[in-house]
Design a protein around this ligand. Sequence first.
Ligand code: KG4
Ligand code: ZN
Length: 346
Amino acid sequence: MKILTIETSCDETAAAVTEGTEILSSVKWTQEVHAKWGGVVPSLAKRAHEERIEEIIHRAMLNVQCSMFNIDAIAVTVGPGLAIALEVGIKWAKKLAAEWHKPLIGVNHIEGHILSALTPEVVFPCMALVISGGHTQIIRVDEIGKYKILAQSLDDDIGEALDKGARMLGLPYPGGPALEKLAAAGDAKKYKLPLPMAGKEGKAFSYSGLKTAFYRLISKTQDSRLNADLAACYQAMVFKHLTRTVRLVLTNTSPSNPSPNLGEGSQAVQDLLVGGGVAANQNLKKQLEELGRELGINVRYPANLMLCTDNAAMIGVAAGFKAARGEFDDLDKIDRLPRWRVDEII
Ligand code: KG4
Ligand code: ZN
C-alpha cells in the first residue's frame, strides 16, 4: 500500500511517499523565519506551511514519479503539535482524499518518532525514548499501536532546554545543533551546575531549574557569549539528567528498590528506540549506547539524521501500520488534536 503523507505539526513542512516501512520519497522544508524570534512563532509557521505545502507535496510525488492514481491512502499528522500549523496539513490531506477518493489516516506525531527507529529485529515489548523540542518521554511499546508513557517532563522539554540555553550564549535557533558544535571544544567540568532530580524517586524529567541555574551562572561569568566551556557544562548536565532518568526507569531501580528489573512484566526488555530532534546529537548517542551496553539493551536509532528531526516519512510508516490494522479516519470527523497523548485511545 503506497501512502502519501503530510506533516505540518511544527516548523517543518514535510511530505513523503512510503510503502510499509520503506521510504520511497521524503521531502521537508525547514522554516527559517523563526530564527530571528529565537523560537517557533505559531502564526508564522501556519503562513509558511500554507506557502510551501503544495510544492513540497508535488516534490515528494515527483521523486518517485508517482501520480495520485498510484497512491492508496493519504495520511496526516493530527497531533500533538501547534493547532494552527496542524490545520494546514489536515486541510490539504482532506482535500486530496476527497478529490481522489482515497482513504484517510490520522497519525500521532509521537508514534511517528517512536517508529522512526524501528527495525525488523526489534523484540516487543520494547522501550522508546522520544526527545524533541516539545517532548521528553519514555514509553513502553507493548506492540505497534499500543503504548504506555512511563515518564515525561514536568516542565520544559529537553530540546526546549537546549534551545533556551543556547540562546543565552548568543547562539541561533534551533539551539541544539549549535550548542553541540560549541560544546565540542569546551571543558564540561569547568563549571558546576545542579543535576535535576524530579518526580517520584527521580523517574520524571525536569529542566526548568537547570535552565534557571544556567542563567545565574551566565550572569556571573565574564565573556559568556559563545563560551565553549559554558556550552559543554550545560549540555553535559542536560544529558546527565536524561541518561540517569532513563537508567532508573529502564531498570526500574530506585534507592528503595535497587535490584534491576527491566520492563514491568516478567519479560526483559531488549530494545530501546530513540527518536526526536535531540537524537541527532552525537555526544548523547555515545552516552546512550554506553548505557545500552551496560544494561544489555540494544539502543536503536533512526537510519539517518534527517529521520531524527520532524519528517513525514516516519508519519507515513506509522500510517502503514494503522492501515494494516484497518484503522482509517472519517473525512468529516478528522480534526486536529494539539495535545493528543500517544497512549490515549481516541
Ligand atoms: O523532533 P523535532 O524536529 O521537533 C519537535 O517535535 O519538537 O526536534 C526539534 C528539537 C529542537 O529543540 C532542536 O534544537 C533539537 O531538536 N535538535 C538537537 C540537535 N538537532 C536538533 N538537539 C541537540 N543536538 C542536535 N544535534
Ligand atoms: Zn517531532
